[in-house]
Design a protein around this ligand. Structure first.
Ligand SMILES: [Zn+2]
Length: 318
């Protein structure tokens, strides 16, 4: 069984689909080639400035403009994951991010993504998939509180809740109140933390938001006590090597702390994060872990086993 825990559904579009949607909307010339478009959309070297990635996010927001498009994107993504050899995938999206430019209702967004996912699962009877609802830090505390409310209203349609976005300016502790109803309801919580900031962010995610898993958690390597805690409590790190390199969370993939964390007993998993802009697949990420970081086949199997154990899917009602 191969499980992927951390993949953003709203940043998982096939390049062919993204190009077609961009051309339909006049955002890209009719004569654009897929190769030229790939060069424009996929990051090949670490980010120089935030604007370069914001432009890419904007393009995604511009094309994800109708429930039918969301349905198609979710359908294709589940098929792509199956083709990558994944047998269960947790797909996350931020309703506030998707609706920002198009004014779609959050219900329409969930309906669109969910029906595409379900249609793909009907084609793939051995596959499992579930949705995680993301509250985006950058839209502020009130928006996060509304997202938590939306998550709770649709509790049976989501398998978990996440907080993502700018960690530096919007630390976890700001969202303690917003997340309280979810904690009280026993939500399965994963939090993006320790990607752009130090280990204190990971402690806060656990303490203030009730995180049972951490998105990235790269900076945990700086805090021995935290490593012990993560391994003792089986708090899994959803690591995304290429993403961590391209966003400068690590200097290079060779210097990624993933092997060290795994060998210290932390439940580490390997994931793609944003396949559209990072140009990765799950097998390509595993290859990087083997070839550039020196993970053994047994260690790779251990990462797969951690993902199975940490998956929220077993808690879903589907
Ligand atoms: Zn992420």
């Amino acid at each position: 069984m191969k499980v992927e825990l951390h993949r953003h559904l709203d940043i998982s579009l096939r390049l062919e689909t993204l190009l077609e949607l961009a051309q339909e909307r006049g955002l890209e010339g009719q004569s654009s080639s897929l190769a030229g478009f790939r060069d424009k959309v996929v990051l090949h070297s670490p980010l120089q400035d935030l604007d370069s990635v914001l432009d890419r996010f904007r393009l995604l927001q511009q094309v994800l403009d109708r429930p039918e498009v969301l349905e198609r994107v979710a359908y294709e993504t589940v098929h792509d994951c199956a083709r990558e050899g994944t047998t269960a995938v947790e797909l996350r999206f931020s309703p506030s991010f998707v609706c920002e430019l198009n004014g779609l209702s959050w219900n329409d967004i969930l309906d669109g993504f969910e029906s595409g996912m379900r249609r793909a699962l009907r084609d793939l009877p051995l596959m499992q998939a579930g949705l995680i609802c993301i509250a985006s830090r950058n839209y502020g505390v009130d928006s996060a509180a509304r997202t938590v409310e939306f998550y709770l209203q649709n509790r049976t349609r989501f398998i978990g809740l996440d907080l993502a976005g700018n960690e530096q300016d919007f630390p976890c502790r700001m969202f303690e109140e917003a997340f309280r109803p979810a904690r009280e309801a026993g939500a399965q919580v994963t939090i993006h933390a320790g990607e752009a900031t130090g280990p204190e962010s990971i402690w806060e995610a656990i303490e203030f938001l009730g995180a049972r898993r951490i998105g990235h958690g790269v900076s945990s390597i700086l805090d021995g006590q935290l490593l012990e805690y993560l391994s003792e409590k089986s708090i899994c790190l959803e690591m995304c090597p290429t993403s961590n390199w391209l966003t400068r969370a690590v200097k290079s993939r060779e210097e990624h702390p993933l092997p060290q964390l795994l060998r210290a007993g932390v439940p580490v998993t390997i994931n793609t994060d944003d396949p559209t802009i990072f140009g990765v697949t799950l097998p390509s990420e595993f290859e990087i872990c083997r070839d550039r970081m020196g993970l053994t086949d047994l260690e790779i199997e251990t990462c797969h086993a951690h993902a199975v154990r940490a998956s929220f899917l077993k808690f879903s009602t589907q």
